[in-house]
Design a protein around this ligand. Sequence first.
Ligand SMILES: [Zn+2]
Length: 225
Amino acid sequence: MAVKSEELDDSGTLMYPSRIKLPYTWHAGKVGSRFYQEIRDNCKIWGTRCEQCERVYLPPRETCPRCFCDISEWVEVGDVGTLLTYTVVKYAVPGIQPQKPPYAMGIIQLDGASTGFMHLLGEVDLDSVGVGMRGESLTGAGVGVAIGVAGMSPLSDLRGQSDLFGYRLQTSVLGTADEIASAASLLMGQADEGRPAVLVRGAPICLGEGGARDLQRPEEQDLFR
Ligand SMILES: [Zn+2]
């Protein structure tokens, strides 16, 4: 049974305040190490996929908590996800918080993953954060994007098709127009290359309707607007 310090005050027991210094090393483990190394070295986010229940775990797990089977398959997930839940932190606790309050923390389910993971919601308007919003992670550099599209479908919906291993794609919708613009931007350069235009031939596009507006996320689903 615990003894309250007030009770000891009257007992004559000698007390002095102290803190336990406890140095320790945290080991990320085999699976965790690969997860962090891929983000650090290649800016890619990988999860692991259970062969039995087909759930993709992110952060990756070595064992499926549902099927209790070992997991060895790694799958790359998207860097865009949906906010499942969140909280806005307003109370300051010095020394343990990632930044000065107020800030938001949320659980994000990245496209292609079956689970969510907790992360700081950076650069968001705290008054407009909401469950179901969409947001990007990791990428912070500039890329070429399509500001106008005509004569082709700006999106390629791959849902229902198979990937290299025969698995059915469930979330993959490509921004084809943006991908072409990014490739062109790479050739045009951003400095003194002196190449004002790029003609792209043979790109895998679908002729059709649509415009650049289709590439934009609806405002109510945009985490950073
Ligand atoms: Zn499973």
